[in-house]
Ligand binder design. Sequence first.
Ligand SMILES: [Zn+2]
Length: 101
Amino acid sequence: MNRNLFLPGLKDVKINKVEICEHSIHLYVEMPVKPHRCPRCGTEGRKIHDYRIQKIRHFKWFERPTVIFYRKRRYVCQACGKRFAEENPFVERYQRFSKEW
Ligand SMILES: [Zn+2]
């Protein structure tokens, strides 16, 4: 399956699972792990703190409403202990796409 096929502009998003239900499609996605700069002290690191599932309604795909379960990652700074959400182009882009669609 071409993983970039149905999430234009979201090519960095990893699709972990696709559930095709009778009336809707569920996508389980997350961003790849990559170094993040601490917003407080600027130290770069990639130590994961935890995950939260964020549910996002998405555009219709093959005429079925699509729900995205975004496994949003939080990092923790190893220098100062600050916890922060990963870079998240996802929601911002989704909002743009939802207008387009
Ligand atoms: Zn820090």
